[in-house]
Design a protein around this ligand. Structure first.
Ligand SMILES: [Zn+2]
Length: 198
């Protein structure tokens, strides 16, 4: 029986996923961005690459049927279902302590970079780098002249995405703690999200 796993608000979770399994990530509140990473379980220096994936599917954001590839250009995850209606952002770096410093935060602020490494550590996994994230449910609209904006969430509660693993993976997910920019809503409320490996 597949287990529903909670990604607690402002924190991260990681899981091992076998080739052929599906990872369903649920935007339980409808307003929560979830940063996602995937690594080759047999070689953690091979990871899901946003820049190589855009070159593979030739879009700024994947749609159902598109396959993300690694920094070795090999298929790693395919988007097989999406009820969110979102163009999941591939452009923005995951938030980190320096980002919050630039936003005027003094002292520590939870962030996706630290959530990634903490979640991996709970699986006994250490990586030295922080790859670009796939920012699920994150609304970054673009204009014809290439300008970007921090959009508000556009998904509905309980909407989800499903990926098929194309190799044995370590997957990490972070419920983004961004409460200054409006990507999780103007209220600054950050919430739990959920996932299932099946
Ligand atoms: Zn974040």
């Amino acid at each position: 029986m597949a287990e529903l796993v909670t990604i607690p608000a402002r924190s991260g979770k990681a899981a091992r996923v076998s080739a052929g399994q599906r990872i369903k990530v649920i935007n339980s509140s409808g307003t929560q961005v979830v940063d996602a990473w995937a690594f080759n379980a047999l070689d953690l220096t091979e990871w899901m690459s946003m820049e190589a994936s855009r070159a593979a599917f030739m879009k700024l954001a994947a749609t159902v049927g598109d396959t993300f590839v690694t920094n070795q250009r090999r298929p790693i995850m395919t988007l097989v279902e999406d009820t969110s209606g979102c163009a999941h952002d591939t452009l923005m770096a995951p938030c980190d302590r320096w980002r919050y410093g630039l936003l005027g935060v003094e002292g520590y602020h939870d962030n996706c970079r630290d959530n990634l490494h903490a979640a991996l550590a709970n699986l006994g996994v250490v990586i030295r780098a922080t790859p670009p994230s796939l920012n699920l449910f994150m609304n970054i609209p673009w204009t014809a002249d290439g300008r970007l904006a921090w959009g508000e969430p556009a998904a509905s509660p309980g909407s989800y995405v499903v990926f098929r693993a194309e190799m044995d993976l370590v997957v990490a997910l972070s419920a983004c703690p961004q409460d200054i920019l409006p990507i999780n809503g103007r209220s600054g409320r950050t919430t739990d999200a959920h996932f299932i490996v099946q």
